[in-house]
Write a protein that binds this ligand. Structure first.
Ligand code: PLP
Length: 406
């Protein structure tokens, strides 16, 4: 069956919006994706028919809410081939990484230890490690990035040593689109018994992730980058790792017993889910996974790849444009600079023409420093982008560069 992008676009109500009086070409998907009607309706349906607090009541609505909320956990676990006990609900990737930093690594971290990252990490996968490293006298080390935006794997390997206590790596770079060799990284780290966290925020909407097969100790994701709601995400953690971790946030739902003499903790994943959770978030993510599965991640990846090739070709005739990140096999992200033009100015001119892109450092300041720039213009693709979006980006760029050179 051929990929019917117009049918897919029709599932996303917001894509019909006019912006600045123009057709919307939404190319800011790495920041957040738009939501299909199926997700919006699942959330609305939950509030209209089933809303109540979960886990703590016997009344019918609480039962419905709990069934749907825990059903969403089963759905998410199945999609990523994880066990349901391995799926911890969080507010997103950022919170998931912080959870691992504070609950898993900090109690194990000693003076002189090293946490090995890469030079293309999002600030979410740098700052939590810096915070705990500073508390423990440990060091954060970044492996170098090559000129094409791929990881210098030899450089990474050279930094793996007897002091390395933890490895964290982004699966797909939000700025470059580079897909990191996570299987090889996990294999190398495992040989030395070093736990690995993979930041999957930018991967899960584009690549099939099998948590069991991958072998990472921890894998993080954000629902809003996967056609789901904002403020919700997951930490997937190997059972043995989660079992050995103390609670992070204290409160309701994460306990077994509480007394003033001392409290005991619930089993994972509940141990890490203090307080009333985001029921609609979980249900919305489950609906998003159903939606993605309906199209097929493989079909989405093929579609996005062909648009990436088209866009890469089209951008070649923009005067002074230089792509940042051209690694082989990269995902659907086009980051670029234009000689003599301020990225912010270009972004504003594109916006005037209905094209939504992101400009700035994309929360990867060390990567910007690596390339000697302060900002890029970034167009990022999703399942609903079409050739028309690419053409609109191209003609808007031609016009913008003319205006800026006047
Ligand atoms: N990691 C990467 C690679 C990202 O692109 C982002 C968001 O842009 C994050 C982590 C943080 O995700 P969130 O803000 O949803 O927690």
């Amino acid at each position: 069956m051929s990929y019917d992008v117009e049918r897919i676009r029709a599932d996303f109500p917001i894509l019909k919006e006019k912006v600045r009086g123009k057709r919307l070409a939404y190319l800011d998907n790495a920041a957040t994706t738009q939501k299909p009607r199926a997700v919006i309706e699942a959330i609305t349906r939950y509030y209209e028919t089933s809303n109540a607090n979960v886990h703590r009541a016997v009344h019918e609505l609480a039962e419905r809410a709990t069934t749907q909320y825990e059903g969403a956990r089963d759905r998410i676990a199945k999609f990523f081939n994880a066990q349901r006990e391995e799926v911890v609900f969080t507010r997103g990737s950022t919170e998931a990484i912080n959870l691992v930093a504070y609950s898993f690594l900090r109690p194990r971290l000693k003076e002189g230890d090293e946490i090995l990252l890469t030079g293309m990490e999002h600030h979410s996968n740098i700052v939590p490690w810096q915070l705990i490293a500073a508390q423990c006298g440990a060091k954060v080390i970044a492996a170098p990035v090559l000129e094409d935006g791929s990881l210098d794997f030899d450089g990474w390997r050279a930094r793996l040593n007897e002091r390395t206590r933890f490895v964290a790596v982004v699966h797909v770079s939000n700025t470059l689109g580079t897909i990191n060799p996570v299987t090889e990284i996990i294999a190398e780290a495992k040989q030395r018994d070093i736990p690995v966290l993979v930041d999957g925020a930018q991967a899960v909407a584009h690549l099939k992730v099998d948590f069991a097969a991958l072998g990472a100790d921890f894998y993080t994701l954000s629902a809003h980058k996967l056609y789901g709601p904002t403020g919700f995400g997951c930490l997937m953690g190997k059972r043995a790792r989660l079992d050995a971790m103390p609670p992070w946030h204290g409160g309701g739902d994460m306990i077994r017993t509480v007394s003033f003499e001392g409290s005991t903790w619930a089993e994972p994943p509940y141990r890490f889910e203090a307080g009333t959770p985001d029921m609609a978030g979980a249900i919305g993510l489950a609906a998003a996974l159903d939606y993605v599965e309906g199209i097929g991640l493989g079909a989405i990846a093929v579609h996005e790849h062909s648009l990436l090739l088209e866009a890469t070709h089209a951008l070649q005739d923009i005067p002074g444009l230089q792509l940042i990140g051209t690694a082989e096999g990269k995902g659907g992200i086009l980051s670029f600079v234009i000689q003599g033009a301020n990225a912010q100015d270009v972004g504003s001119l594109l916006d005037q023409q209905g094209v939504a892109v992101r400009t700035g450092h994309h929360c990867t300041m060390p990567l910007m420093a690596r390339f000697g720039i302060s900002a890029t213009i970034r167009a990022s693709l999703a399942c609903y982008n079409s050739q028309e979006d690419v053409m609109q980006l191209h003609s808007a760029l031609i016009k913008s560069t003319r205006l800026l050179r006047m």
